[in-house]
Design a protein around this ligand. Structure first.
Ligand SMILES: NC(=O)C1=CN([C@@H]2O[C@H](COP(=O)(O)OP(=O)(O)OC[C@H]3O[C@@H](n4cnc5c(N)ncnc54)[C@H](O)[C@@H]3O)[C@@H](O)[C@H]2O)C=CC1
Ligand SMILES: O=C(O)CCC(=O)C(=O)O
Length: 399
């Protein structure tokens, strides 16, 4: 049995991925895996039992990645699984930022003569106070052309906007998704200075902390609108408020509340709603539950942010897995231990990601508990090996 502990509201569609005869969810056992959304784990002690963390979403800045890697905890996310939800909200915001629909509705509701004809007349007479502008022909700058940004850019093009994208680190997969009529900026200044609307779709990390501050806001067109549906630490709040106060920036829309932002009339804050649709919550939970199962039951790694992708058909009776430092001679040391114990290798694979690496070795016979314990002890005596697991072939399903 594997034990899963969840935080936040996790879709039942995702939880249903775990067979009841193999998994407990939120039981009393120490967890093998956590399944979370925005839960901040930075202050948590990671239990020794913990093998994996699944983030049902894109951003992983709520997870202590270095600590997880060093403790042999593989962290997974759900790349792209909520991108459509964010895209639709961004498009809605672009429209709401151009057409004063929300105040117009509130004003119309306030008309109450009691006589239908009068209300109609008042509505007609007052509507010119709620005149908007159109998106077609305006320029949208998209910072980050990953799963969300590439979708936003394409849809904005379809709405007749000119789109400038900026992503110096774009993956080949996402580069293919961005149509050729989207202009590529080579500098942040280029995208900021040419856009009527700027929307940010990048991860929060040390490098992106305060990416948009006073200098960058000055690069923006006067009267432009800024959207931050990525993370709060990417945009510095004080210079944004100052830019709004002097009339340089028209509006700031964000998914991340703070006391200061909530007080300002030209700041419109949504309650971290980007990925909050039924479909996105189902997709994210289902995707990450499947990757957790794949890892827990077969050792294979897919969509991890701290360990490499490692795929190998499970065709032998028994599999050994090793999370280790990415240093020379790890394979040599592991195979020496296997040879000492007269264990024959049927198949093996090794891959690395940054300072960490992963090795899977299939052996041609099931190891007894006693033999496995001896093997594990010898392996863990090697300084650079972080975690060892022994897995019997599940045979029940095709992974
Ligand atoms: N508000 C919400 O509910 C949601 C927020 N998010 C946030 O949006 C972020 C992006 O999500 P996805 O598009 O799914 O991630 P993604 O990983 O598919 O795309 C991120 C893109 O940003 C690019 N990038 C990184 N640093 C950059 C920089 N300094 N300048 C320009 N480009 C840069 C990367 O090369 C990558 O192409 C997430 O990390 C998360 O923080 C994502 C989903 C929902
Ligand atoms: O609603 C959620 O779980 C948060 C979505 C999000 O911010 C993300 O996927 O990065």
């Amino acid at each position: 049995m594997f034990a899963i502990k969840t935080y936040n509201v996790i879709s039942n569609v995702g939880l249903a991925v775990f067979p009841k005869n193999q998994y407990t969810i939120n039981g009393v056992e120490e967890p093998d895996a956590l399944l979370i959304r925005s839960q901040n784990l930075h202050r948590n002690v990671l239990p020794v039992s913990l093998l994996a963390i699944g983030r049902a979403g894109a951003g992983v800045n709520n997870i202590p990645l270095q600590k997880a890697s060093e403790n042999g905890v593989v962290v997974f996310n759900a790349p792209g699984a909520n991108a459509n939800a964010v895209k639709e909200l961004i498009i809605a915001i672009l429209i709401l930022a151009s057409r004063p629909v929300i105040p117009a509705i509130a004003w119309t509701k306030s008309l109450s003569s009691g006589k239908e004809a009068d209300v109609t007349l008042q509505a007609e007479a007052g509507k010119n106070h709620y005149r908007g502008t159109e998106l077609a022909g305006k320029t949208l700058g998209v910072i980050g052309l990953g799963a969300v940004g590439s979708k936003v850019a394409d849809t904005a093009r379809q709405l007749g906007m000119n789109v400038i994208g900026y992503d110096p680190y774009i993956s080949v997969e996402h580069a293919w998704q961005v149509t050729s009529d989207i202009k590529r900026a080579t500098t942040l200044k280029e995208v900021l200075s040419e856009s009527d609307f700027v929307t940010i779709h990048i991860p929060y990390n040390e490098q992106n902390k305060n990416l948009i501050g006073a200098n960058e806001l000055l690069m923006m067109k006067k009267d432009a609108t800024l959207l931050n549906y990525s993370r709060n630490g990417i945009v510095e709040e004080a210079p944004v408020l100052a830019a709004l106060n002097v009339g340089h920036l028209r509006q700031y829309w964000t998914d991340f509340a703070s006391d200061e932002l909530l007080k300002h009339e030209q700041v419109i804050v949504t309650p971290h709603l980007g990925g909050t649709t039924q479909e996105a919550e189902d997709n994210c939970a289902q995707m990450v539950a499947n990757t957790l199962r794949l890892y827990l039951e077969t050792g294979q790694i897919k969509d991890s942010v701290n360990y490499p992708t490692v795929k190998m058909p499970f065709s032998s009776p028994y599999r050994l897995t090793f999370l280790h430092q990415n240093v020379p001679n790890m394979l040599g040391q592991i195979t020496t231990v296997l040879a000492e114990l007269n264990i024959n290798i049927a198949n093996m694979i090794n891959a690395s990601k940054g300072n960490f690496a992963y090795t899977m070795i299939d052996v041609d016979a099931v190891m007894s508990e006693e033999l496995y314990q001896e093997f594990e002890q010898k392996c863990l005596a090697i300084d650079e090996i972080i975690r060892v697991r022994g897995l019997a072939n599940p045979v029940k399903e095709e992974f």
